[in-house]
Design a protein around this ligand. Sequence first.
Ligand SMILES: [Zn+2]
Length: 310
Amino acid sequence: MLFLPTRPGNLVGIDFGHQHVAVAVSDTRGKILGQRRRGHDVDHDVPRAIDMAADMAKEILQEVGGTTPDLTVAGIPCPINRETGAVLPPRSLTGWLDVDAVADLSARLGCPVHLANDASLGSIAELRRGVGRRHRDFIYVKISHGIGAGIVLDGTLRQGAIGVAGEIGHIAVRPGGDLCRCGARGCLETVASSSALRRDLAAVMSLPSAEAMSIGQIAEPAATRVFLDAGAVLGRTLCTLCDALNPAAIVLGGEVGATVPAILTATQQAISAHTQQATASGVAVTTATFGQDNEVVGAIAQATMLAQVA
Ligand SMILES: [Zn+2]
């Protein structure tokens, strides 16, 4: 048998959220050797987020005895044009439109950089290392500050004509409802994102702000009600996807999806109650295999695949 030699620190995976930066370094086979996660207001300071990610990658590389990486895959919370690799704007501007993230990261790390959508990377983690081992058709939903999905059909991530498939956070669920960051009203994100939940939690718990709270660790009855209400709306949206696509699994990730049991419960109940019986009985609703690390694990899995192709 032939075993390829492995070198430490060849591949870098980066997950830029709205409020955090996570970095992992793996060997050539995709085994993660070290990782870091730090909070940062990425949306309002993308250049600093890029600096942080590069510094974190270099720190980990030094720790694991690596040098210049072969390849980096970085996920950002924006749709990306599948043909050109360009960041596509939502209806409001994003800080990612003002920078050349590929060139900036490539200059700092000294290697080629591929940019991807964060929820797409979360679904790649499931495809290569999670539910994809059992199911060829599933939908991964990242529910954090934003909400996005990776749709995997017949074992392949489907990104649509341009690359915007899965942007379910901006499906209108409450016409005329709250204003969304995209400029429209009543989007799913205004009801079930982490920022919408923190707004509602602050109201029911009589707090000036719930910004500092870890959403998954709140167990008060009033909070559970907030989660179940939001989960019911999220679940109804996912029912539509279930009836249209007949997935074998719905996987909930991100800060909200991976850590709040009531969101999982409400989603399961909505799918049981509102999808066709055959569809409902054939779909498992679970939490992300790697919890909040799904996106960075997916970045490493994607880098491993791209490095093998190169
Ligand atoms: Zn919106």
